[in-house]
Ligand binder design. Sequence first.
Ligand SMILES: [Zn+2]
Length: 110
Amino acid sequence: MEETLSCKETEKQIPMFLNKTLSENETLALIEHIKNCKSCKEELTIQYMVSVGLNNLDEIIDLNVDKELEKRKKEALRSLYKKDIIERGYLGIFFVGVTIFCLAALLIIL
Ligand SMILES: [Zn+2]
């Protein structure tokens, strides 16, 4: 699931990252790229400042991008983890259903 983004792709995704419209995997890939790419981090910092500045004019503005990135990474991971559990749950129910069906079919045949 390791994705490497180009700077061009990252730049395109920064507004979506700030709007929280990227998927969890896209968010994680973007954060990973920004950690290792100075120019993209600068771009994100500028856009983040602008968006936070516009949305929170009356609030105390916390412009710690690293903190925000950490937070977003945790959120994405938590949300992925939840989805994983739900999928496994469905899969478990599905297998139990199939097993019961097979047993019932066997009983009927025998
Ligand atoms: Zn880059």
